[in-house]
Design a protein around this ligand. Structure first.
Ligand code: SAH
Length: 344
């Protein structure tokens, strides 16, 4: 095995130059993948954890330049799910074996803290053995505390890019890398299991930016890391920017597995969108989580953060079965426990 990969596998901290070499050269990919798969098996065996994703609103007050849900996109067909609709998604998911529900949305002011807390509390009461994950964007520390007290356990908030200058090129002036980080540290201090992450190949991204992302993650030590290729959406200012690379995403998944052996790492829908067997290849590269869609079929297409998103036509039960087959074919096993992080 290559020495750089071996050093990473032994948990030695690589220099920026060494990381740059691994990120930019494809010649270590086989070694990276093999080492990453060994490490995931040491820590999690062949288990793949399921998270049932409920995209409960596509309304958003933010204007992130890459995202199809941005407020300025007047062509988006906006929707909101009621408490009853969300609970019935959970009901269906519970029957299919899901023990984690991920509630994701744009930053939609309609869902006040009171409303979010009521939704979380209702899920907590009906499904006491399930983990509740929120992915609803940047809030105040007080708000995060309230959701936690209502029963939420985990929070996904990708940092998107750790470099403030790059961050400013992807976001409008009323957003900052600094506030995003503040949110992540608050969430961690409150006691959430926290997920950070970034897009691969977002416009203007450099290798230096990716190294900064890895360094930030070393500092934060999150429980989950979500990465996927940047994918173009026609109704954004980035409509002419190219998609991110699947190969680079797979390479980074392996690097992340080696740097963070314990971490929960999803093979994302974006990876499955850019490559037909992207999620399977993500699992083989070190990922150990998949997030099948539990949203009502009637709204799925409308949660269009990027174009050509897969799995928007199938019923939840079909998604569940399809993914189980894919996971098995890749050589792993779907498990239905909560799948909490296993830190050393
Ligand atoms: N409003 C929530 C959820 C955002 S959607 C929040 O702010 O956290 C979840 C993730 O999708 C984002 O964090 C971003 O990394 C990713 N995403 C958004 N637009 C994308 C695009 N065009 N291509 C790929 N990923 C995208």
């Amino acid at each position: 095995m290559n020495e750089l990969v071996e050093n990473l596998r032994r948990n030695r901290n690589l220099s920026d130059d060494e990381l740059r070499e691994l990120i930019e050269s494809g010649s270590y990919d086989d070694d990276l993948r093999t080492a990453a798969d060994e490490v995931r098996r040491e820590h999690y065996g062949d288990k793949v954890f399921l998270r049932g994703l409920i995209e409960f609103s596509n309304c958003c007050k933010r204007d992130c330049l890459y995202c199809g849900l941005r407020a300025s996109n007047r062509t988006a067909d906006r929707y909101r799910l009621s408490m009853e609709e969300i609970l019935s998604c959970c009901e269906e998911g519970y029957g299919l074996g899901y023990r984690t529900f991920v509630l994701q949305s744009g930053e939609d002011p309609y869902y006040s803290d009171d409303r979010i807390c009521a939704i979380v509390a209702a899920i907590r009461e009906r499904f006491p053995d399930c983990a509740i994950t929120l992915s609803i964007g940047e809030k105040s520390r007080e708000s995060y505390q309230r959701y936690f007290d209502a029963g939420a356990n985990r929070f996904l908030l990708r940092h998107e890019t750790a470099d403030p200058v790059h961050y400013a090129k992807l976001h409008p002036a009323d957003m900052s890398a600094q506030n995003r980080r503040r949110c992540l540290w608050d969430l961690k201090e409150i006691g959430y299991q926290v997920g950070a992450g970034f897009m691969v190949g977002s416009p203007y991204q450099t290798t230096e930016n990716l190294i900064a992302d890895l360094r930030f993650l070393q500092e934060l030590q999150p429980d989950m890391i979500g990465i996927g290729p940047y994918l173009t959406h026609h109704a954004t200012p980035f409509k002419d920017e190219p998609n991110g690379s699947a190969d680079l995403t797979l390479r980074l998944l392996s690097i992340l597995r080696l740097m963070f052996p314990y971490v929960l790492l999803p093979a994302t829908t974006a990876l499955g969108t850019i490559l037909p067997d992207g999620r399977e290849r993500g699992l083989k590269a070190g990922a150990n989580v998949v997030m099948p869609n539990l949203s009502p079929v009637s709204t799925r297409k409308k949660y269009e953060i990027y174009e050509n998103k897969i799995c928007t036509g199938e019923e939840s039960a079909q998604c569940r079965n399809c993914l189980e087959m894919r996971v098995k074919a890749a050589g792993y096993q779907v498990v239905t426990d909560r799948g909490d992080v296993r830190r050393p």
